[in-house]
Design a protein around this ligand. Structure first.
Ligand code: SF4
Ligand code: SF4
Ligand code: FES
Length: 277
């Protein structure tokens, strides 16, 4: 709860409830709660659980828009409950539901496993052929600021699933990879240290991959972290066509530094402290 104790308004929370063990279909239950300035939707749910209905279930962890656990549908928009203030989106009434395009485990808890399975399929890690280097690293790989910039924004994804919930294509094709896994594929494809693009093309280039996207852009509008999955998917489409036509430029090999002090030093970055061990 915020420190400011002044109640500013009463808001009706209309919350989707569903227990698959006892309910045939989801239903809506309403709670009228006092709301103070600064209260987030997550605070409101805690108020309900502590003071009105202890059976309400949802998922959360960090309370600060980092863990990606508390994605839900607020007034019809997929977003994070912990970084949405109630009075910013509601005057009298607020609807709170689970993220669409996922099965419901209970109440506001979506089953995100379909998303994580798709994410795993595209190999969301740096793939390299030189296994000896992976097992016995000889040095660090150098990446320029420009090379980092090419994938950085896609690396900000917290796997909350809001983009998946917003995607109209996923609503009609459950096998569509969806914006989060496709943006992750682009993030690793663009990494100069990675050599796994051809492997990922096996998944991103299928009829349920990047070309299934209609570029409505809802995913990018929904993303609470400013990631632009729709843009990532258009990059993927271009690369898939170039790879298919054998027109893709060879990726410049990433420079390996065999010890400290090599490569071009970046300006304004203090030197690392001396080793203590
Ligand atoms: S741009 Fe593509 S991935 Fe994003 S919501 Fe639209 S169809 Fe889905
Ligand atoms: S791209 Fe954005 S909306 Fe989608 S899972 Fe990542 S952080 Fe969430
Ligand atoms: S509780 Fe972690 S993102 Fe909301």
């Amino acid at each position: 709860m915020p420190e400011n104790n002044k109640t500013t308004r009463e808001i009706n929370f209309h919350v989707t409830r569903f227990n698959p063990e006892t309910d045939r279909t989801p239903y809506v239950k309403s709670y009228r709660i006092p709301v103070r300035e600064g209260m987030t939707v997550l605070d409101g749910l805690h108020y309900i659980k502590e003071n009105v209905d202890p059976t309400l279930a949802w998922r959360y962890s960090c309370r600060m828009g980092v863990c990606g656990s508390c994605g839900m549908l607020l007034n019809g928009r997929p977003t994070l409950a912990c970084n949405t203030q109630i009075l910013h989106i509601a005057n009298t009434d607020l609807t709170v539901g689970p993220l669409p395009n996922f099965e419901i485990i209970r109440d506001l808890v979506p089953d995100l496993m379909t998303m994580f399975d798709k994410h795993r399929s595209i190999k969301p890690f740096i793939v390299r052929a030189d296994e000896a280097e992976i097992n016995t690293a000889e040095g660090e790989f150098y990446q320029s600021p420009e090379e980092l910039e090419a994938y950085l924004q896609f690396a900000y994804c917290i796997k909350c699933g809001c983009c998946m919930a917003a995607c109209p294509t996923l609503a009609t094709d459950a096998r569509y990879l969806g914006p989060m896994p496709l943006a992750a594929a682009e993030r690793y494809d663009k990494d100069t240290r990675d050599e796994g693009r051809r492997d990922r093309n096996e998944f991103t280039g299928t009829s349920h991959g990047a070309f299934r996207c209609h570029y409505a852009g809802e995913c990018s509008r929904a993303c609470p972290k400013g990631v632009d999955p729709a843009k990532a998917i258009q990059y993927l489409k271009r690369q898939l066509v170039l790879d298919y036509l054998h027109l893709a430029r060879r990726k410049k090999p990433c420079q390996k530094l065999h010890g400290p002090g090599q490569g071009k030093p970046l300006p304004n970055i203090p030197a690392a402290p001396a080793k203590t061990v």
